[in-house]
Design a protein. Sequence first.
Length: 317
Amino acid sequence: MRNLKRALSLALASVMLLGMMVTGAGAASNSFTDFDQIVNQEAAEVTSGLGIFDGYTDGSFGPENVVTRAEMAVIICKLLNGSDVDPGNFTDIDTFDDVPAWAEGYVNYCASMGIVVGVGERKFNPSATVSTVEAATMLLKALGYFIEEDQLGADWKTVVTGRATSLHLYGELTLSVDEALTRDNVAELVFHTLFAQRVAYDDNRHLYVKNTDRDVVVTNGTDDKDNTFAMNTFGMWYVDGIVTANSYTDDSLSETTNNKPRTMVWFEGSNVNLGDGPVAQYAFEYTTVLDMIGHAARTYYSIEKRAPVVYAIVDRA
């Protein structure tokens, strides 16, 4: 095994010296058992790495499984408060009569924020599959849009779809307004929402935006381009580089008593500050597969105690 790793490392070095990139189909860095069935793979990896989505006990992601209205409320709570959110303070609030106990706090929290509404007669219809326009409405309200109910009138579906499209929340997806959403598609919407700028309204209910460039959101009167869920909730950044080694090719990157398997990423000649000064490459504590060696990759991480905590290393070859 040691000889195999040494041979792989030498082969990679030859490739890098020749200025070549390994190409081919993207490889999973933190695979679900059904990873090949996931269409929006980067979104699934990042959102699951953040704990917004959980995999199933059999190791699968279940990309074709539908997302219910109650589950969407859980997702919104995690976007706003982090994956370890405890909605316990909202469990005894008598808002709806049909919400199961496991979802009650999440739904009540979102209702208190004006992000979700019922369907009438104190019903929320929690087990109904969330539609494209319903999910988009919840995500936009979480971002700060349409916080007053009268901001959405009879043509609310058109208004919501237009705003979500302008913010690129759908990514490359083409979805009908009332389409029932799967986990695969919701992960994509949530992924793009993570990097959308949050907004606020002034006393006249006008969005805080610069008059000269309406794509740049201004919060509290100042430029705030990092006012996103990625930054505000999770402190998450990303950096691009090339995977040059991992535990399959280098024994020193294998699991030890103090470290999980690691992945070496080279930042292509740039120095990146990962909490303890600029570096040209870094061994991230994260498991990647052998096929990622030599591939372009994007690392999603936050800094804790002057060291990166990795949520995902995504193959972008």
